[in-house]
Design a binder for this molecule. Structure first.
Ligand code: AMP
Length: 277
């Protein structure tokens, strides 16, 4: 497995890899969720490139950029164990040299959910992914359903900007008690870790209500909200029942819908979602 930092090293290494190339962008501190994307790429592509970059432009001024967990050595071991051929670890200076001022903005899809709670976050994501796509030039790119809005934004951007890349969205990998795997779970103390299953429990309850015939979005949202409120360590930021494609809030669930939420457990902000219908 080759590990490179600069754009020119990347280009050289990438051009010697057999195609199709699958690409797995990450912020590191890898877990089974990330590795599931790399394994899927290994199954479907001749070569797999992963990137590790904690992207400063997708963090707000009061967010956890400097504290974000990092362990490059362990990440590289894990990626090598899956058989990844090339890892790109650009520095902030490589990605954002002095004078940088060009942004990619996906307008409507980026407005609600995470976009509404974290101003500038989605613009940071779409911009960095566009740059990663240009540099790596993959045929396929792998994203997790865990970040549902991010996947929707990237799919839209790829279409709108004519990137010749197929976007593959992979299922959420969970701990045995349902908690969605996340690098941020490392922040949770044992008590918070237990409480953190509340997101999964709330989504599961709404899903069962849906399966029993409930189609009223407000009722589904209330079901989720009540469960989060019953957990003293959790503080709900938003719950949403949105159209799967447009991410517009629904009154009634008819087709495919996205139930999603963000909640703080202690000081740690967690997100999760289920697709219904
Ligand atoms: P991150 O390092 O958090 O930026 O995540 C990198 C990629 O891994 C994104 O496409 C995420 O959606 C995906 N990912 C993160 N957690 C999970 C998970 N639990 N299951 C599946 N994919 C995930």
């Amino acid at each position: 497995m080759q590990v490179v930092t600069t754009n020119s090293e990347l280009r050289l290494a990438r051009n010697s890899l057999p195609e199709p190339i699958g690409f797995v962008p990450t912020m590191g501190y890898l877990h089974e969720g990330h590795l599931s994307l790399a394994r899927r790429s290994k199954e479907e592509c001749a070569s797999t490139v992963a990137s590790i970059f904690v992207n400063p432009t997708q963090f707000g001024p009061n967010e956890d950029l400097s504290k974000y967990p990092r362990d490059l050595e362990r990440d590289l071991r894990l990626l090598a164990s899956v058989g990844v051929e090339l890892v790109w670890t650009p520095t902030p200076e490589v990605m954002y040299p002095p004078g940088f001022q060009t942004w990619v903005t996906v307008e409507e899809l980026a407005k609600g959910l995470e976009g509404a709670s974290r101003p500038g976050h989605m613009r940071g994501v779409s911009t960095v992914v566009a740059k990663l796509f240009n540099a790596v030039g993959p045929q396929k790119a792998y994203f997790g359903q865990k970040d549902a809005q991010q996947a929707a934004v990237i799919r839209r951007m790829t279409k709108d900007l004519d990137f010749p890349i197929e976007i593959v969205v992979c299922p959420i990998i969970r701990e045995t008690d349902g908690l969605a795997m996340s690098s941020r779970n490392a922040y949770l103390n044992p008590e918070e870790r237990q409480a953190a299953t509340v997101l999964f429990r709330a989504l599961s309850a709404a899903q069962s209500a849906y399966k029993k015939g409930e189609r009223n979005a407000e009722t589904l949202l209330r079901t989720m909200t009540e469960i989060i409120h019953a957990e003293p360590l959790a503080k709900l930021q938003y719950v949403s029942c949105a159209d799967y494609d447009t991410l517009e809030e629904l009154e009634t669930v008819r087709g495919k819908a996205l139930l999603s939420m963000a909640a703080y457990v202690g000081k740690t902000r967690l997100i999760d979602n289920f697709v219904i219908g």
